[in-house]
Design a protein around this ligand. Structure first.
Ligand code: 13P
Ligand code: SF4
Length: 346
């Protein structure tokens, strides 16, 4: 049997007991089997209400972990490729975040952490213990306003530690009008022993120095200039994990769902360049080919998102059914605080 036939057979057998979720960055061969596709926020929202017995999350590890945290009792969450990790999520290990947060606290200026959903459960738990919350690229501005208000409530002039994506942090701060001189990119070497305490005290927004190589490294101002020179009427939209000089130079920036809407709403006959993972951009190119030209600003793929193939999904579903694979679990001590940080967002 082909992988397609093997997956269809299991779907037919399990019926409503099985839900397959796929992030927009998954390849088409996987997406065709998904009951729901979405960005991180949409997929996280789908979990608490699920009536299925098995949730299979095609994405990267932190997404299945978050799903396991939010799943109702009795629902098992499986990750078809457990080794598919988000490179950026690995940049803020829980022990580092905890040590840095302890170092940053000041009786008159508390620090509230705000973690991008691209973090491990252990890091989300640290954030929860320090009274913080989680955000996604779709709600980062709302959540940053919330975190600043929390920090101000607790002290005279509070501060927010945004982690791990410095670029999403800068881009969100630009949106909210937080001036550059009120932001500090932290030196986390030695678990923060090199942080300039005085500079940290004067900042409003402390930025963890993480980034997504797929966005922050691959998309450049020169690509935008080239498009503007060649096709002055073309529109460009990118994901806010791109560097601020890139985001500031384009016509739109937002989550994967925002980019899908941007392409859909572009007028017939127009030319639009999208700066995000190329599986999604290629899908948009094909979807709109009859009426407009959607192109990648640059071809940039997430190697971890691409570890899930149709064959790996078929293998994982069979292993799940035969009890040869374990469901995603979460450390018991981390469950309550990590769930608190996620539900504060939801
Ligand atoms: P979204 O929150 O837009 O789904 O992005 C997740 C991600 O990993 C982007 O690189
Ligand atoms: Fe992580 Fe970047 Fe891949 Fe998204 S695209 S999963 S942030 S490495």
């Amino acid at each position: 049997m082909t992988p397609t036939e093997r997956i269809l057979a299991i779907k037919a057998k399990l019926g409503r007991d099985l839900v397959i979720l796929a992030h927009h960055y998954q390849e088409d061969a996987v997406v065709q089997h998904a009951d729901q596709t979405g960005d991180s926020l949409e997929l996280a929202r789908a979990i608490p209400g699920t009536a299925a017995k098995y949730v299979v999350f095609c994405g990267v590890a932190f997404m299945a972990e978050s799903a396991a945290l939010l799943a109702p009792a009795g629902v098992q969450v499986f990750n078809p490729v457990p080794e598919a990790a988000c490179v950026m999520a690995e940049m803020s290990p829980a022990t580092y975040v905890e040590a840095v947060l302890q170092r940053l606290q000041h009786p008159e200026s508390p620090v509230i952490p705000l973690a991008y959903v691209n973090t491990s459960v252990a890091t989300k738990a640290v954030v929860g213990r320090f009274g913080g919350a989680v955000c996604t690229s779709a709600n980062a501005a709302t959540m940053l306003q919330w975190a600043l208000a929390q920090a101000d409530k607790a002290g005279q002039q509070g501060r927010v530690l945004f982690l791990p994506d410095q670029h999403l942090g800068h881009n969100t701060a630009n949106k909210l009008g937080i001036p550059a001189e009120k932001r500090l990119r932290l030196d986390i070497r030695g678990r923060g022993e090199r942080i300039d305490a005085q500079a940290a005290l004067q900042a409003r927004l402390l930025l963890w120095p993480g980034n997504c190589p797929v966005h922050a490294v691959r998309f450049k101002l020169s690509q935008i200039q080239q498009v503007r020179d060649q096709y002055p009427e073309a529109k460009i939209a990118v994901h806010p994990e791109c560097a601020q000089e890139v985001v500031n130079a384009v016509d739109g920036a937002g989550s994967t769902s925002f980019l899908i809407k941007y392409a859909a709403e572009a007028p017939a006959g127009s030319r639009v360049y999208i700066g995000t993972e190329c599986n999604l951009v290629d899908r948009l190119t094909r979807r709109h080919a009859a009426e407009k030209t959607i192109l990648p600003l640059w071809r940039s793929g997430c190697s971890n998102m691409n570890k899930t193939t149709e064959a790996r999904l078929a293998d994982a579903l069979e292993a799940m059914l035969e009890g040869r694979t374990a469901a995603t679990t979460v450390d018991e001590a981390d469950t309550a605080p990590a769930r608190a940080s996620l539900t504060r967002m939801l």
